[in-house]
Design a protein around this ligand. Structure first.
Ligand SMILES: CC(C)(COP(=O)(O)OP(=O)(O)OC[C@H]1O[C@@H](n2cnc3c(N)ncnc32)[C@H](O)[C@@H]1OP(=O)(O)O)[C@@H](O)C(=O)NCCC(=O)NCCS
Length: 221
């Protein structure tokens, strides 16, 4: 970002009823709405919107231009890359087998949501999984495995029921986005990385970058 652009940016804004602890980082233009809480050590990028009653735990990282709708809790171990949409009341987890009387803070599993992904209302993301770039998780789905990029996932447990474009349109058999004309192709059989865009007319979005799989636990003191 150049200096001129930086000077034009409004600072982050926090509703008087929300609490952002000292030591949390909010990027320029980010807005935090009513009754939300951002813990010390959380890092939130620029131009994000955190809706009402959103909780962001210590060590959570949120990229630029993310939208987190009402009643979403982002626990330690969760990473949202740029442009992620979290629908209202969607649920993240960070311990696979919790017990109230056993401390598992050193065993939090990382859940990474890649660039541009959308999580529908009331969906649940079981921890330790990676949601691929630009995927779309349907309302009410329960994600229990890694999700390929651009996959449309639905149901309990969530299964891939189709593909979506970068613009968020459900693709038909021709794999052409009805909104932008972008064209897609399936990756070779056995590939885990999902669809790829072969003609980019829209210029919208970039392919998600791959992050090493080994980053799978987080600990918060
Ligand atoms: C999954 C989704 C993208 C499908 O959109 P669509 O292609 O327009 O879906 P349609 O309404 O044509 O339904 C297609 C089929 O999928 C089923 N379906 C739709 N949404 C579903 C869901 N959330 N879970 C399971 N099945 C679903 C429909 O019942 C239908 O099945 P049928 O053909 O057997 O009748 C959409 O329904 C959805 O869940 N979007 C997320 C909305 C959301 O949470 N927004 C949050 C911000 S407001």
């Amino acid at each position: 970002m150049g200096d001129a652009e930086r000077l034009d940016r409004p600072p982050a804004w926090v509703h008087p009823s929300a609490e952002v602890e000292p030591g949390a980082v909010l990027g320029a233009g980010t807005r935090v709405w009513r009754f939300s809480h951002v813990a010390a050590g959380a890092r939130i990028g620029a131009d994000c919107v955190l809706g009402q009653n959103v909780a962001v735990g210590p060590g959570v990282t949120i990229g630029d231009r993310c939208k987190v709708q009402n009643n979403v809790s982002l626990y330690a171990g969760i990473v949202l890359e740029d442009g992620v949409f979290c629908g209202p009341s969607c649920v993240f987890t960070n311990v696979a087998t919790p017990r109230a009387e056993i401390d598992r803070k050193s065993e939090f599993k990382v859940t990474r949501v890649r660039r541009g992904a959308t999580i529908g209302a009331n969906a649940t993301i079981v921890c330790g999984n990676i949601l691929g770039a630009w995927c779309l998780v349907a309302a009410g789905a329960v994600v229990t495995h890694d999700v390929p990029s651009l996959a449309l996932m639905a149901g309990v447990p969530a299964r891939r029921i189709g593909w979506v474009s970068h613009a968020g349109e459900v693709l038909g058999a021709d794999l052409v986005c009805p909104r932008t004309g972008d064209r897609y192709a399936e990756r070779p059989m056995g590939s885990e990385t999902g669809l790829r865009r072969v003609i980019n007319l829209s210029g919208f979005g970039e392919e998600g970058f791959e992050t090493p799989r080994e980053e799978q636990t987080a600990s918060v003191g």
